[in-house]
Design a protein around this ligand. Structure first.
Ligand code: SF4
Length: 564
C-alpha cells in the first residue's frame, strides 16, 4: 500500500508514535477546554472522550463562548470486580472531579462525565493510584473483558473470572505513552517507543470486545461481543469454552451494509487454551479486518466476508489452534439475579438494581451514599454487573444485618419493589454529553417505563420479565438490538421501535415502526401487550410471542437485519 492509500485514521495511528501524538501539548494548552482534533481521536485509546454539555450549547453560543467541553473517563475493571478501597476512591473522585454521579456501564466499567480538561491528568493519576486504569477502555484495541457477575458464586465462576483477568492483561497495549502522559513517567529512550508486540503501530482496525458467560445465565450478553467465551461445565467442573465470534451491536442509519450481529459459535477449546485462543482471534482480526472503511471494520464483517471455515483454518495456521466441535449449552436469561443470595460457604451477596447504571442520591433514595457507607466497613467486593447493576459480594453472615440497616437508613429497596420490566431495562448515557446521540436515553427511559408499567398492569403482566432497552443512536452501547423491546433515538423525542429479540440474548430484534413519539410508542405497544396477555403460550416470552404471531419476522442472521 502506498502512503496515499493509507486511510486517514490508520495514518494517524502510525504517526502518533504509539498513541502519543500531541496529547500532552493539547492538555497543556490553557486557551481552550478542547484538545486538538487528532488528539480527540487518539485519546480514546487512553480511555477518554472529549464531549460537550449539549444542554448548554445554545446559552454558550449566545454568550459567544466556546461549547462547555468536558471529558468522559472510562475506568477499566476486568470482570467488574473492585475492592472496598477502590470503591471509596472512585466514589470520591466522582464527587471531586466529575458530576458527582457514578455511571456503571454495560461493560462492567465505571464512567465519569463532565471532567474538565484541567482536572483530567489529576483524575487519571488518582484512578491509577487505586490500581485501576483507563488504558484501552476505548479505542481500536481490546476493551474491558466482561465476565459473569459473581466469582464467589461457585468455583467455576471464580475460574472464569480469573480467565477474564488473564485475557485482559495479555491483550493490554504495551505503549509507554499512557504512563508518560498521565503519570509523568520518563520518556522511553529518546521518545522512541518500545514495541507493541501484538498490535503493532496500527493497533486493530476497530474496537474489540470480549466477554465470558456461564450458561444458563447470559448476563454479559456474550453473543453481542466480537469474541465470546461460553463456559462448558460438566459435573461442576469447567472443561472449556465454546468460542463465539463476530457479535456486535451497532449500525448506521441509512447504511444497510452495516448491521448488528449475533456471534456464531465457531467451535470448542479446552479451558487451558483460553488466553491463546483470545490472542489468535485478535491476530485474525488485526490481519484481516477492513482498514479502508471503519464502518466495515468490526470482526462481525470480517467473519461474514471470510467465512467460518477460513477463520478456523487461520487459527490453526497462526497458533496451531484446532477448534473442536462446539458443545451443547443453553441460555435462559440475560438478566441479573437481584436481591440476597447465599453461597456454599455461607457468605451473602446482594445485587442492587441501579436504574440506567446511574448510582446517585435522588428521589429520596440515597444509593450512592449508602454504598459509600457500606464500603467503609465491608471486607468483600463490589462487582459491576454487565447490566449496569451492582453486586455487593462476600458479605459475612455477621455483616449482613449491618448492611440491611444501611439499606433501611437510606431507603434502598430490596429489589422486589420494581416491575420486572424495569429490572430488565438498560439505557445508554446519550444526552447531554454524548455527541452522537439523537435523543434522550438514560434520562428518559425511567419515565417511559412508568407509562408502560401502567399498560402491563392493565393486562395483568406486571410480573412478566420483558427486556427493554433504549439508546440515543444506533451505535449500540446499551446493546439495544438484543432487547425484546428496544427504542433507538432518531431525533429529539423520536424513536425507532424494535421488537422480537429473544429473552436469552441469542436472537436480534427487528424494526417494527419508525420515528415514534411517546404517545405513538405507547399506542404501538398497547395492543401487543393485550394480545400477549390473551394469547401467549405457557412460559412464552414476549420477544418469542411477537415473532410467533407475525408482528415481526425472526432475524436469523445479522445480514438479514434490514430485510423486509
Ligand atoms: Fe451515545 Fe449512541 Fe452510545 Fe448512546 S448508543 S452512548 S447515544 S454513541
Amino acid at each position: 500500500m502506498s502512503q496515499q492509500d493509507i486511510p486517514a485514521f490508520e495514518a494517524l495511528k502510525i504517526k502518533s508514535n504509539y498513541l502519543r501524538n500531541t496529547i500532552a501539548e493539547s492538555l497543556d494548552n490553557p486557551i481552550t477546554g478542547a484538545i486538538a482534533p487528532d488528539d480527540q481521536l487518539l485519546i480514546k485509546f487512553h480511555g477518554v472522550y472529549q464531549q460537550q454539555n449539549r444542554d448548554l450549547d445554545e446559552e454558550r453560543r449566545r454568550q459567544k463562548l466556546e461549547p462547555l467541553y468536558s471529558y468522559l473517563i472510562r475506568i477499566r475493571v476486568p470482570g467488574g470486580i473492585t475492592t472496598a478501597a477502590q470503591w471509596k476512591a472512585i466514589d470520591k473522585l466522582a464527587d471531586t472531579y466529575a458530576d458527582g454521579e457514578l455511571k456503571l456501564t454495560t461493560r462492567q466499567a465505571f464512567q465519569f462525565h463532565a471532567v474538565l480538561k484541567r482536572n483530567l491528568k489529576t483524575t487519571i493519576r488518582e484512578i491509577n493510584d487505586t490500581l485501576l486504569d483507563t488504558l484501552a477502555a476505548c479505542g481500536d484495541v481490546n476493551r474491558n473483558v466482561m465476565s459473569s457477575a459473581n466469582p464467589w458464586e461457585s468455583a467455576v465462576h471464580a475460574e472464569v473470572a480469573e480467565h477474564a483477568r488473564q485475557i485482559s492483561a495479555h491483550l493490554s497495549p504495551q505503549t509507554g505513552a499512557y504512563h508518560e502522559i498521565w503519570l509523568d513517567k520518563e520518556l522511553v529512550a529518546g521518545g522512541e517507543p518500545e514495541v507493541e508486540p501484538l498490535y503493532g503501530k496500527t493497533y486493530l482496525p476497530r474496537k474489540f470486545k470480549i466477554a465470558m458467560a456461564i450458561p444458563p445465565r447470559n448476563d454479559t450478553d456474550v453473543l453481542s461481543n466480537d469474541l465470546g467465551f461460553v463456559a462448558i461445565v460438566e459435573h461442576g467442573v469447567l472443561k472449556g469454552y465454546n468460542l463465539a465470534v463476530g457479535g456486535g451491536m451497532g449500525y448506521s442509519f441509512g447504511n444497510n451494509a452495516t448491521y448488528p450481529r449475533v456471534a456464531d459459535i465457531a467451535g470448542y477449546i479446552p479451558a487451558e487454551k483460553v488466553v491463546e485462543a483470545a490472542e489468535a482471534v485478535v491476530v485474525f482480526q488485526r490481519d484481516h479486518g477492513n482498514r479502508q472503511d471503519r464502518k466495515q471494520a468490526r470482526l462481525k464483517y470480517t467473519i461474514d466476508n471470510y467465512g467460518l471455515d477460513y477463520f478456523r483454518s487461520e487459527l490453526k495456521r497462526t497458533h496451531g489452534l484446532v477448534l473442536e466441535p462446539a458443545r451443547p449449552f443453553d441460555f435462559t436469561t440475560q438478566g441479573d439475579d437481584y436481591g440476597w443470595h447465599q453461597d456454599t460457604n455461607g457468605n451473602w451477596h446482594f445485587t442492587l438494581f441501579v436504574e440506567g447504571g446511574k448510582l446517585t442520591d435522588k428521589h429520596g433514595i440515597a444509593a450512592k451514599t449508602a454504598v459509600r457507607e457500606i464500603a467503609g466497613f465491608h471486607t468483600g467486593s463490589f462487582i459491576l454487573t454487565g447490566n449496569q447493576n451492582l453486586t455487593i459480594a462476600q458479605i459475612t453472615p455477621s455483616d449482613k444485618p449491618k448492611i440491611e440497616s444501611v439499606f433501611t437508613k437510606y431507603n434502598i429497596p430490596d429489589g422486589n419493589i420494581h416491575s420486572q420490566l424495569r429490572l430488565h431495562s438498560i439505557a445508554c448515557a446519550a444526552l447531554p454529553y454524548c455527541g452522537l446521540s439523537f435523543a434522550e436515553a438514560e434520562r428518559y427511559l425511567p419515565v417511559l417505563v412508568d407509562k408502560i408499567e401502567e399498560l402491563l398492569k392493565k393486562y395483568g403482566l406486571s410480573n412478566e420479565p420483558i427486556s427493554i432497552r433504549m439508546t440515543g443512536c444506533p451505535n449500540g452501547c446499551g446493546r439495544p438490538f438484543l432487547g425484546e423491546i428496544a427504542l433507538v433515538g432518531r431525533a429529539p423525542g423520536k424513536y425507532n421501535l424494535y421488537l422480537g429479540a429473544s429473552f436469552s440474548g441469542n436472537r436480534l430484534n427487528k424494526l417494527y415502526k419508525e420515528m415514534l413519539g411517546e404517545e405513538e410508542i405507547l399506542a404501538a405497544i398497547d395492543p401487543l401487550l393485550a394480545d400477549f396477555s390473551a394469547d401467549r403460550q405457557p412460559g412464552e416470552h414476549f420477544g418469542d410471542f411477537v415473532v410467533r404471531k407475525g408482528y415481526v419476522k425472526a432475524v436469523e442472521a445479522g445480514k438479514l437485519f434490514h430485510e423486509n
